[in-house]
Design a protein around this ligand. Structure first.
Ligand code: PMP
Length: 361
């Protein structure tokens, strides 16, 4: 018998995570490169101090103030109103999704997504003992809706995970895909549209939040880690039918969001305009990066996110390593031959371009 006495399917598995290396140009985990202003830092610090005065008490288990603030923030992104009871939050959208799998997946149940996609999805399934099925995306990383619907009808999944924009390809879904798959899944499952990168979508691409009134099995997840420039905060959230939020409340650990997290998130939301203030600049930098890569003769996937998947390379590891040797850390992920670069500041993107030219010519 080996020690420790792990579940056999976990034996020998490396923990998920990109290398955390101290290099000058960090373009590997799709963070927002712009930190908060001193005024914002001071307000967050004052709110955290206020929370510290009550640290002997457990925090609000139902996140009442935070759910209301998130609902009002989301209502600014859609034509209709999102109500506080439609919102739920946890420590990053990773935890939101794990809670969804705990409530709606589990032994005897199945989760489905379409590869290539976010590599944590099969891990949520594994950790909740949910069967995992991965369909395929087309060569341009879009979804063929007829094939996707046929797969849903065949597998009858309890949870469908649909990132839009998708990681690592940057591909956004049209509203018709959400309608089609919510219809195909019906009341026997939920469809989770993961909008971790939603705020970066190109003009004219609507958020799936707009479709909540049409589908009670639709869940839209968001995060403060990306456009909101608060990855260190660990705050993810969702909008859905209130019955779905109530179901999650059954599986969440009591007091899962600390008083400091709740206070910090509320303070950050008060500074939404500032924290989101670089999104347009990052979208423009992203479009410039796609154009530049194509001009140099590389392939670059169309992107609605704050990263670009590009290639293809015979030996992508050598390219990744060559960039790292020049102080530029990107991500070795996605289909064979491709690499992913997050969008940084203008200067960081110049450093990336320079290093890539040195490594590949
Ligand atoms: N969904 C997608 C598609 C992601 O790429 C990520 C982070 N890389 C997450 C969810 C989770 O982000 P967080 O837990 O920081 O909200």
């Amino acid at each position: 018998m080996t020690f420790p006495p792990l579940r056999p399917e976990l034996a020998g598995i490396e923990p998920y995570g990109a290398p955390q290396l101290d290099v000058p140009v960090q373009l590997n985990v799709n963070e927002n490169p712009y930190g908060p202003s001193e005024e914002c830092v001071a307000d967050i610090a004052a709110s955290a101090a206020e929370a510290a005065r009550t640290l002997n008490r457990y925090p609000d288990r139902e996140l009442v103030a935070l759910r209301a603030a998130l609902a009002s923030y989301l209502s600014g992104d859609v034509a209709g109103e999102i109500a506080p009871e439609q919102v739920w939050a946890a420590n990053g959208s990773n935890e939101v999704m794990l809670q969804l799998l705990q409530a709606f997946g589990g032994p005897g149940r199945t989760a489905l997504s379409f590869a290539p996609t976010y590599s944590m999805y099969p891990e949520y399934a594994r950790d909740t003992m949910t069967a995992w099925v991965a369909g395929r995306r087309e060569d341009d990383f879009s979804l063929d809706l007829d094939r996707a619907r046929a797969l849903v009808e065949d597998v009858r999944p309890h949870v469908v995970l649909l990132p839009s924009p998708n990681n690592p390809t940057g591909t956004a879904l049209p509203p018709s895909a959400v309608d089609e798959l919510c219809g195909a899944v019906g009341d026997s499952g939920i469809v989770v549209v993961d909008e971790a990168y939603g705020e970066f979508r190109r003009t004219g691409v609507p958020s799936a939040l707009e479709q909540l009134p049409a589908h009670r099995n639709l869940v839209v997840t968001r995060t403060m880690s990306k456009a909101f420039a608060a990855a260190g905060l660990r705050l993810g959230y969702l909008a859905a039918d209130p019955a779905i939020c109530d179901a999650i409340r059954v599986v969440r650990l009591p007091y899962h969001l600390s008083a400091v997290t709740q206070a910090t998130a509320l303070a950050a939301l008060r500074h939404a305009a500032e924290l989101l203030g670089k999104v347009d600049e990052l979208r423009a930098e992203r479009d410039r990066t796609v154009d530049w890569l194509r001009d140099q003769g590389f392939e670059a996937a169309d992107s609605d996110a704050n990263f670009v998947l590009f290639g293809r390379f015979e030996d992508r590891h050598a390219v990744w390593k060559g960039l790292l040797d020049r102080g530029v850390l990107i991500r070795e992920t996605g289909p064979d031959g491709w690499l992913r670069v997050s969008i940084g500041t203008g200067d960081e993107m110049i450093a990336f371009q320079k290093a890539l030219m040195e490594v590949t010519t």
